[in-house]
Design a protein around this ligand. Structure first.
Ligand code: GRF
Length: 210
């Protein structure tokens, strides 16, 4: 399965996705069935640490937007179609996905959120803002959520969640690192389920078939 990953910063989830796949150490070896191949790493930024990771693995990077040096979204959609992208993964991307991309890839765009949606989500709830809100609420568990992306922040159907006991956490930073560890396990496993065509949307629910 060919995917595109949208990033904005550090890229640790991108790294986790890359590391979850057997890296072809010889040119031309045939990829195993259900191999997840990253065909593009995209960001609203012109440069970011995640781009450095992508370049290390020879993955094309795209700065997207209307700024100088950026590719326009309609051009990016053309690239995705030409390269048979089947899943778009938002991993730290903070901008809204424009309607043309949402429409073209309806049901094929997922996001990872560092909390247990629908709690602690929505506009402005990203990065440490999330973990500060969780810490201040005195919640005993937090975790990561992977959901489909729709036209508003963090409201698409939930695909998978994994929680972690934060009852002993002494700071939002401690929660952040506990949750990030969960993210690095959950995101690659859900992407692999898409590659194995094991994600189903039935009525109002999303389920993983065995
Ligand atoms: C992650 O915590 C993710 O849940 C959120 O943005 C962060 C991206 O971190 N959407 P990284 O760039 O993958 O390290």
């Amino acid at each position: 399965m060919k995917i595109a990953v949208f990033v904005s910063g550090r890229g640790s989830n991108l790294q986790a996705i890359i590391e979850s796949q057997p890296f072809p150490d010889k040119v031309g070896i045939s990829f195993p069935e259900n191999f997840v191949e990253i065909k593009a790493v995209c960001s609203d930024k012109l440069e970011c640490k995640a781009f450095e990771i992508a370049k290390k693995f020879f993955i094309p990077t795209f700065s997207v937007g209307n700024k100088l040096g950026c590719i326009r979204y309609d051009e990016l959609v053309e690239y995705f179609v030409k390269n048979q992208i089947e899943l778009i993964v938002l991993a730290g991307f903070l901008k809204m996905i424009p309607a043309n991309l949402l429409k073209k890839f309806e049901g094929k765009i997922i996001n990872i959120h560092p909390a247990l949606l629908p709690s602690f989500g929505g506009q402005g709830m990203y990065g440490m803002n999330v973990h500060k809100a969780v810490f201040d609420s005195s919640a005993k568990v937090s975790g990561a959520t992977i959901h489909f992306v729709d036209e508003t922040y963090d409201t698409g159907k939930i695909i998978a969640q994994k929680c972690v006991d934060i009852s002993t956490a002494k700071s939002p930073e401690e929660i952040a690192s506990m949750v990030l560890e969960i993210e690095h396990q959950l995101l690659p496993s859900v992407i692999n389920k898409f590659a194995e065509d094991k994600i189903r949307r039935i009525d109002n629910r999303v389920i993983m078939v065995n």
